[in-house]
Design a protein around this ligand. Structure first.
Ligand SMILES: Cc1ncc(COP(=O)(O)O)c(C=O)c1O
Length: 313
């Protein structure tokens, strides 16, 4: 693993060492920033960004939701900055973190500060560990409730939202689990700390309704892949005990990709390992992101070569 040498700040590439956040910024002080987590995969045609347009649109939607008005970047400029940051760092596969944060604004209004734009990339292969994909992971229901949509809006990837994710995941890991499942304020399953959740029962796939969750781009991809394979996918509320009696439960996200939950709250789920539907979707997803699936051309954006003049040292 090599460290990134460049970071994008505002309108240009800079040495990674310049990637500092001003201490006196609402982004730092109050978590008032919006971000994306995107992956660039290595394919036969070179590095390619998975569902770039959808991620960039979600970044700008997040900014709109939290009330940023005059953004310093357009969608096209975000895509260009992402491509240039990947190429400058010469990564064939990496994780991409674009962010718009509020600089200044210590008096706590959006107008009091200025939105700044940053793109960081890093090499990051396996989020939940290599074993997780094969064996599945163990989860519990968090004692913390997922955000109520009128307290912190779940459609926006706002940095401050992730305090609740960190509380929940830390608690789960200290208790010996791998991941936390968060129930919404209504008592039904919402999502995990950074993944959406699916169950399988009698060969039908269920997933939680969109209103109280981050609308995951991996979730959307898997719904399409599952329907391509002929499965019915139903969006409806899922209760805690419906998890216990599911044939399979799996979670998905950009970082985690597709991972089975083999045990929840000390109850073995199905056969206690990744089941056939989970495995089929893992297989399709792997084909997809390595450029070998019928939908790869639609969802993978090749990273164009960088004009050397764009790199400032
Ligand atoms: C809270 C939460 N739910 C779900 C997801 C999965 O979303 P995606 O598949 O777009 O990465 C993420 C990750 O971004 C997340 O942070």
């Amino acid at each position: 693993m090599s460290a990134a040498r460049y970071i994008w700040i505002d309108d240009s590439l800079r040495p990674a060492s310049e990637g500092m956040v001003p201490f006196l910024s609402a982004g730092m002080q109050f978590g008032f920033s919006v971000f994306e987590g995107i992956r660039c995969y290595s394919t036969d045609k070179g590095p390619a960004v998975f569902r770039m347009n959808e991620h960039v649109d979600r970044l700008l939607d997040s900014a709109h939701i939290v009330g940023f008005r005059d953004l310093p970047v357009t969608a096209e400029q975000v895509r260009m900055a992402i491509n240039q940051t990947i190429t400058a760092n010469e990564f064939s596969a990496c994780y991409i973190r674009p962010m718009i944060y509020l600089d200044g604004a210590m008096s706590m209004t959006v107008e009091a500060g200025r939105p700044r734009f940053v793109v960081a990339v890093w090499e990051w292969k396996n989020f939940l560990g290599a074993e997780a994909k094969e064996r599945g992971i163990r989860a519990n229901i968090a004692s913390f409730t997922r955000l109520h949509p009128n307290i912190m809006m779940t459609k926006a990837k706002v940095s401050g939202n992730y305090v609740s994710s960190i509380l929940a995941k830390t608690e789960s890991q200290r208790a010996g689990f791998d991941e936390a499942i968060m129930l919404g304020p209504d008592g039904y399953v919402a999502e995990c700390t950074g993944e959406n959740l699916f169950t399988v029962r009698n060969k039908i796939i269920y997933t939680t309704p969109r209103a109280g969750i981050l609308e995951g781009i991996t979730r959307d991809s898997l719904i399409t892949l599952a329907r391509d394979l002929g499965y019915s996918v139903v969006e409806e509320p899922i209760s805690r005990d419906q998890l216990y009696i599911a044939d399979e439960v799996f979670v998905c996200g950009t970082a985690a990709e597709v991972v089975a939950l083999r045990e929840i709250d000390f109850r073995v789920i199905g056969d206690g390992k990744a089941g056939p539907v989970t495995r089929a979707l893992q297989h399709e997803f792997d084909k997809l992101v390595s450029g070998k699936h019928a939908r790869s051309a639609e969802w993978l954006a090749p990273v164009p070569a960088l004009n050397a003049a764009a790199v400032r040292s």
